[in-house]
Design a protein around this ligand. Structure first.
Ligand code: AMP
Ligand code: MG
Length: 344
């Protein structure tokens, strides 16, 4: 079975959209600096503008790599790995904060974001290993150890029952993108584009003072369907197209799992892009809203209204919340696409 990793293509599309539309002034273009690296199982890049930003970029990269080491579910030296051994474990304040945030978001989304889903994700082969279709019995057995309410966090001490495992895969990149942005700002950067495997944070505005232009990837192709104009915010997309495999019978299984069934999500959504002030919120929500489906996601927005979203659905239409409708434009190739506005 073939695992299709298209993250690099997504990145290329996003960056192309981000940069093709920029019209830099001469000096700014000359002072653009970029660092690229691999962390959290994906390709990442940080681009900053201005004089002397190279040091800040290195520090931002170090920060992301440090968090990767702490939160990796597969690295035997990580704090999450230590916790997943079962029983009680003390973690750093940062890891406790991440776990606390994941538990809050699990609660908020009614368990659509499920930070203890790792054994099921692993059984489908989405974290290392070979992709395969587990039997119904196997999934039911594994689901017995799934449930965020089984996790106890008291101060910096985490207690997990035997067999229960935490996974930061759906939130860690978003969380790390906020930390990277913080490092850049602390080191004097006023204008930067952070892209941690499609988890985007826009620091300030483009060097020419305009909004950044970020492409929303076509879930059915390699291009983009439209462009978001934004600044000073985070933008994160979840979609099955990011990682999936095709089984022997031709069924395509994506990497986002419905915690109720233990099977890859197969609903009316192809991708959800979330726009909000923080990357961690965007990351947690994009995964959860994808699980909820179109109507559930719209309802979640109406209840909370602390984010905006763009859903691309299997009916070929886009569904966008009121707050982002004027900042999202279909590209020429998708000018016929119906864009529905979700109202409060
Ligand atoms: P994202 O790319 O942020 O949408 O996160 C997807 C990743 O989170 C997957 O590759 C899995 O490792 C993990 N995951 C899959 N389904 C869920 C879920 N329902 N809740 C939490 N994590 C999940
Ligand atoms: Mg996510």
């Amino acid at each position: 079975m073939l695992m299709r990793r298209r993250i690099s293509i997504i990145l290329a599309a996003v960056c192309m959209a981000a940069f093709c539309s920029c019209s830099f002034g001469g000096t700014n273009e000359e002072t653009a600096q970029k660092t690229e690296f691999f962390a959290m199982d994906t390709y990442m890049s940080v681009t900053a503008y201005g004089e002397g930003v190279q040091k800040a970029l290195e520090l931002a990269k170090d920060e992301v790599q440090r968090l990767d080491k702490m939160w990796s579910v597969t690295d035997e030296n990580s704090e999450i790995y230590a916790v997943n051994g079962g029983g009680k474990a003390a973690v750093s304040g940062e890891t406790a904060q991440l776990i606390s945030f994941m538990l809050d978001m699990a609660k908020r989304t009614g368990g659509a974001l499920e930070p203890t889903l790792y054994p099921v994700v692993k059984a489908w082969g989405f974290t290392g290993g070979e992709n395969r279709v587990p039997s119904g019995d196997e999934i039911q057995q594994l689901l017995k150890n799934v449930g965020y309410e089984k996790v106890s966090l008291s101060g910096n001490t985490v207690t997990l029952p035997e067999g229960v495992m935490l996974d930061t895969g759906a939130v860690g990149k978003g969380y790390a993108s906020d930390k990277a942005a913080q490092v850049l700002k602390e080191n004097g950067v006023k204008s930067a584009l952070i892209d941690l495997g499609g988890n985007i944070v826009l620091v300030g505005r483009k060097p020419d003072g305009e909004d950044w232009k970020i492409g929303v990837r076509d879930p059915d192709g390699d291009g983009v369907v439209g462009i978001i104009s934004a600044s000073n915010c985070a933008i994160v997309t979840s979609g099955a197209y990011e990682r999936n495999f095709t089984a022997a019978d031709g069924t395509v299984y994506g990497h986002i799992i419905d915690p109720k069934s233990g099977a890859p999500v197969d609903n009316d959504i192809l991708s959800v892009t979330v726009i909000a002030s923080e990357g961690r919120l965007c990351d947690a929500l994009s995964t959860a809203l994808f699980v909820m489906g179109k109507d559930g996601a719209a309802e979640h927005w109406r209840t909370h209204k602390d984010f905006e979203m763009i859903m691309l659905c299997k009916d070929g239409q886009a569904y966008v919340t009121e707050g982002i409708k004027d900042r999202f434009e279909a590209d020429e190739e998708h000018s016929e696409m119906i864009i529905n506005v979700i109202e409060g």
